[in-house]
Design a binder for this molecule. Structure first.
Ligand SMILES: *[C@@H]1O[C@H](CO)[C@@H](O)[C@H](O)[C@H]1NC(C)=O
Ligand SMILES: *[C@@H]1O[C@H](CO)[C@@H](O)[C@H](O)[C@H]1NC(C)=O
Ligand SMILES: *[C@@H]1O[C@H](CO)[C@@H](O)[C@H](O)[C@H]1NC(C)=O
Ligand SMILES: *[C@@H]1O[C@H](CO)[C@@H](O)[C@H](O)[C@H]1NC(C)=O
Length: 392
């Protein structure tokens, strides 16, 4: 049993000790798009990030709008930290040591985080913590698929908030619910033109989901491992800073890489703070892969292979050559629905059906994003998972 399995079992015990929730799976959904009904909470609004303006100004308009929702999430994280270490010592540590850490972050991320804290009127350390926690708690489903005319589509569910408190009365994850109002789409511009787009959380300067129009699409999923994110983050705090933050690498690849191959090389070779899965789609036939990363290097790259009948690659949070944990088999459900859809009928619309099927859709699912590299289309939707529904 790995660390992930242990943590999931611990989470399961904490959920089931208050109520019994059987594994809940269902037949593949169809005709879910355009999104409506109880699994669709709302559309996502767009904001522009102008990369030609100074890092201290880029986020002002967005944070001014989303300040109150950000305060709610940061308060929930503080409560969580206080519950973990009741003396208040953890929060004290966050307020004292994390502000110092901001100076060590690569440019321009440290400056952007400082500006966000100032605009929101929040303690710097808590905004740093908020930016760190996406590195370690992101469980998801990502898939890149090619239709039989060679068009590439990339879709994902972002599942977030596990281990951070289950609301018994509402049967929901406290943080997942509070994050929903913070979901936004971003249009990153340079020279007054779109450079890339993303679905993001207001106040987070890294990136988990993005498209560089006509070149590539990129998502990341957490890879749980003993030598995981916490070790890398502690090393960073104590001065060993040769690894890259995963969310910053994602953003830097979208900003700087100009082809699928170039993006792949950066994702394979850059040393990281935490293990991860990168799911990358290109702009021509056969260009789609899952990169399984340890902190130091790539362990495996699984590419589309039409000759072998592999017209899609799909990743949840387990190495593709291993069986998923029996308590968390989103992979089999998602693959069953992809297979049932068939390559002929794959479109962003039918991928939304796959991602709407429980337990691929679960209580942690915050948003679904659909991307098409051609034209750089990105659409996202805030999700709900009405009962009965798996906690993850
Ligand atoms: C429970 O859910 C309701 C409706 O979604 C919401 O208004 C309420 O704030 C939630 N309660 C908590 C404690 O999150
Ligand atoms: C930026 O582009 C918009 C339309 O896309 C145009 O109206 C505006 O004048 C441009 N601004 C600059 C500084 O070029
Ligand atoms: C695909 O990407 C390459 C760069 O790798 C670029 O030269 C080419 O124009 C792109 N093709 C399309 C159809 O956008
Ligand atoms: C889906 O199809 C692939 C390729 O034919 C096969 O390897 C896989 O076992 C199938 N998975 C499910 C869950 O049906």
């Amino acid at each position: 049993m790995g660390l992930c399995d242990l943590i999931v079992v611990a989470a399961l015990i904490s959920v089931t000790s208050t109520q019994f929730i059987p594994p809940y799976t269902e037949e593949c959904r169809t005709e879910m798009y355009p999104p409506a009904g109880p699994t669709f909470r709302s559309a996502v609004s767009w904001y522009t990030v102008d990369l030609d303006s100074p890092p201290s100004d880029r986020w002002t308009a967005l944070i001014t709008d989303k300040k109150n929702d950000l305060l709610v999430v940061i308060k929930a994280i503080r409560d969580f930290a206080n519950a973990l270490v009741p003396s208040g010592r953890l929060v004290e540590l966050v307020d004292i040591s994390l502000p110092l850490m901001v100076e060590t972050l690569p440019k321009p991320y440290g400056e952007e985080i400082k500006a966000i804290a100032a605009v929101a009127g929040l303690p710097l350390g808590e905004v740093v913590l908020y930016n760190i926690f996406y590195e370690v708690f992101t469980v998801c489903t990502s898939v890149v698929a090619e239709d039989d005319e060679g068009n590439l589509f990339h879709a994902r569910n972002l599942d977030f908030g596990i281990f951070m408190g289950w609301d018994v009365k509402n049967k929901s994850w406290i943080i997942s619910e509070k994050l929903k109002p913070l979901v936004i789409n971003l249009n990153f511009k340079r020279n007054n033109q779109t450079l890339f787009k993303s679905t993001n959380f207001a106040g987070y300067v890294g990136l988990l989901t993005g498209v560089k129009p006509n070149l590539f699409t990129l998502t990341m999923n957490e890879r749980f491992n003993l030598d995981g994110g916490f070790v890398g983050i502690l090393e960073w705090i104590f001065g060993k800073r040769d690894g890259m933050w995963m969310g910053f690498l994602m953003r830097s690849v979208l900003e700087n890489a100009n082809s699928y191959k170039e993006a792949q090389t950066l994702l394979v070779q850059t040393k990281l703070l935490a293990p991860a899965y990168f799911i990358l789609g290109g702009n021509q036939t056969g260009q789609g892969c899952i990169i399984t990363r340890s902190r130091l290097h790539s362990i495996d790259v699984l590419e589309l292979d039409l000759k072998l009948g592999r017209w899609y690659v799909l990743e949840t949070n387990y190495d593709h050559w291993n069986e998923p944990l029996f308590l968390d088999d989103r992979r089999t459900s998602a693959m069953k629905c992809m297979n049932q859809t068939t390559q002929t009928n794959i479109t962003p619309k039918t991928m939304y059906d796959v991602l709407s099927t429980k337990p691929v859709l679960n209580k942690l699912t915050v948003y679904t994003t659909l991307m098409q590299v051609s034209g750089g289309k990105l659409e996202s939707f805030i999700r709900d998972c009405p009962n009965p529904c798996m906690p993850w």
